[in-house]
Design a protein around this ligand. Sequence first.
Ligand code: CUA
Length: 348
Amino acid sequence: MQRRVTFRLILFALAALTIPALLAACGAAADDNPQTTFDPAGPAAREIDSIYRLIWWLAVAVFVLVEAALVFAIFRFRKNKNLINGRPAPVHGNTRLEIIWTIIPAIILVIIAVPTVQGIATLAERDDDAFQVTVYGNQFYFEFEYPDIIGADGQPLRVVDEMHIPADTRIQLKLISNDVIHSFWVPRLAGKMDLIPGRENHMWFQADEPGTYLGQCAEFCGEAHALMRLTVVADTQEDFDDWVAQQRQPPPDDPVVAGQQIMETICATCHLVEGTAAQGTIGPELTTFATQPDIAGVVENNEENLHAWLADPPAVKPGTAMPNLGLSEQQIEALIAYLYTLDGSGGQ
Ligand code: CUA
């Protein structure tokens, strides 16, 4: 009687431990969990997912068999009559047992190693004929350059935070850091790859269907690391061509309008200007910039200093969190024109 109660208690404890884990594994739908790794949306992510699933089911089998053997042994050998000096007979020197528990793990490791090594090779393939994008990591935003698409300024097209790609097309990424180590990670499309200063890394992915895929910097890179997000928008070829055409439109003639556009794209990652699309919270608010006595607390607020600051912030204030954005002369002039309209009145 006592024995049956103990057995039921153990079964109950095992169920209590495993059922929540199994249920948690079910809640992997991308609708509720946009950064799930369990709902791959392209071949690169699927490759990783299939290796993960193989390892998971092997681990489940090992767990069930070992626990079953343990429970069996607990009850079967509870009253051991073959005690030697009050202890059970030792099992070392049992050649058959030792061969079995050496060979079985070795076979399991081979079953895991073969697809893993194949997967590593597949993911490391570099395809220079694929659609090329260069990813730059900056504290604290991602910047994407399309070397084969020339923008209105005659330079390769560059955008921040949101990368558009054609769906169902292999994308080859080159990853570069402008400051510290970051990690590019869009869980539904591919694994992580670091962006390392002074080094070029490479990876590829593909989104099978048009859609929006959220990503995140996955390497601690400073105070705003957790806010360093990105979005990959996979478009139909038609939508992608429209997006490129829109991006290639020349900047407006009016520098104030052009400046606001730059503010609402590049600067918006960090800065807030009330009444505009610039809603960043990392850097100082700029709603009343024109009325501030100084720039970044270090130099007098005048046009000359502002020009120097926008061209290379760390040269003006070493250690500042604002990186050199690589702005063109035209962009700097437009930003200066716009920033000096920001007197807090909200009008221009
Ligand atoms: Cu960039 Cu963390």
